[in-house]
Design a protein around this ligand. Structure first.
Ligand SMILES: Cc1ncc(COP(=O)(O)O)c(C=O)c1O
Length: 403
């Protein structure tokens, strides 16, 4: 009987004759050329993900705006590659991200700046770039932008008071029962509108990002978020559009199904369809995460007490989400050896107890020098990496299928 395909397998990511192939490349062969941990990104998958979202929004009826949140992954070749796609532009969230986007050839008019933590120097930079769209998420940001760019058209980031995140994780929710630092709450909305008017700012967009990684189980909460957003929208005369942020999730575990995009679209249509508003979204993960993997080398495979540990040459400082957010990166041996499969805990090389990639996963025999791929490492891995313990060197490659 043929072995069933693993849950994560797809045309561009699968075993062929015992070798893990990604974007048409033999992963272990590529990784063998590098001494350090290696991030691989599949350009074709990136383009495919953008295309899926473009079709999703096009189905709502134009006009719409599809941004990519570059905080998910800002590798320059990747940002340049995305310029060849039908993206409207990039969502940037700091002055350096803004400068980096410009350095990669994006035009100011293609950038949406989510002004979290606005300082006077940030407002001065934005004043010099009047085509950049700015979403203000605090009263302080409205004040600063008003002082530096009076008359500007802006967006207000609101907090709907409802959070959505992978597996309903509170740590992945940007709103919800716990009061968060993100966005303007209903209680401050009147003051925010008055402050904008006082500084001659024209509120044209509302923005709302309620959390990260949501799948079908969270769609009812997403619908409630949309209802709240629609309520805010009614209070803004002359509103042009609503930006629903990012947060669209993807499967991380064997039981996860892909997000039902048709259901997502119906929900948006039902709540915001009749209002004549433009719809924007700015996902990061949905575009980048499953287009990337981190490839690490096995250092040891040994039993401590009754538990098998497999140690790798990179730790949680290269991809923090498994340790911080319980968002696993599926470990996949690049050239699985024949032999009995046994449970193992995959450990990183950082001197911290939380530096565990995965606990009790079924692994075939491995030997020092073997390569292990950690899937779904295209988003919030390299961009959030640190050199903790003075480790953390890595290389990144953007793969094209016909290289
Ligand atoms: C304001 C904003 N927009 C977009 C995103 C992208 O989210 P995701 O990568 O989950 O789609 C984030 C992520 O934290 C965010 O804070």
């Amino acid at each position: 009987m043929p072995t069933p395909e693993p849950w994560w397998a797809r045309d561009d990511l699968r075993y062929e004759q015992g070798r893990l192939m990604f974007c048409g490349h033999d992963v272990a062969a590529l990784a063998g050329a590098f001494a350090e941990p290696l991030f691989l990104y599949d350009a074709r998958r990136l383009r495919h993900n953008v295309q899926r979202l473009h079709e999703l929004l096009a189905g709502l009826g134009p006009p719409f705006r599809l941004y990519y949140a570059m905080k998910a992954n800002r590798f320059r070749p990747l940002l340049c590659e995305l310029r060849q796609t039908p993206l409207h532009g990039l969502d940037v969230c700091s002055p350096e991200e803004l400068r980096e986007a410009l350095a990669c050839g994006w035009r100011p008019g293609q950038l949406s700046y989510t002004a979290h933590g606005m300082m006077p120097e940030d407002a001065a930079l934005l004043a010099a770039l009047p085509e950049v769209h700015v979403n203000c998420d605090t009263l302080g940001a409205i004040r600063l932008l008003g002082e530096h760019s009076p008359g500007r058209r802006i967006g207000l980031r609101i907090n709907p008071g409802i959070g959505i995140g992978y597996a309903d994780s509170e740590r992945l929710s940007y709103a919800g029962a716990i009061t968060t630092k993100f966005g303007i709450y209903r209680e401050q909305f009147t003051e925010a509108l008055a402050l904008a008017a006082q500084h001659g700012l024209q509120v044209r967009w509302l923005h709302c990002h309620a959390g990260c990684g949501y799948l079908d189980a969270q769609l009812p909460s997403f619908e409630r978020v949309l209802q709240v957003v629609a309520g805010f929208a009614e209070r803004v005369p002359g509103l042009q559009g609503v930006n629903l942020g990012g947060g669209l999730g993807l499967p991380h575990r064997p039981g996860d199904a892909a997000l039902d995009l048709a259901r997502w679209r119906s929900a948006v249509q039902a709540q915001l369809g009749g209002a004549g508003l433009e719809i924007a979204i700015e996902p990061g993960d949905f575009i980048a995460k499953d287009a990337g993997m981190l490839v690490l080398r096995v250092g040891y495979d040994e039993v401590k007490r009754d538990q098998r540990f497999v140690g790798l040459n990179g730790g949680f400082n290269l991809a923090v989400e498994p340790a911080f957010y319980d968002l696993p990166c599926e470990p996949v041996p690049c050239r699985p050896r024949p032999g009995p499969v046994a449970p193992a805990t995959l450990a990183g090389n950082i001197n911290e107890a939380l530096d565990i990639w995965a606990a009790e996963v079924a692994l075939p025999p491995v030997a020092p020098g073997d390569f292990m791929a950690l899937l779904n490492a295209g988003g919030y891995a390299s961009s959030m990496s640190s050199n903790h313990c003075l480790r953390g060197q890595f290389r990144e490659l953007l793969l094209q299928p016909d290289d």
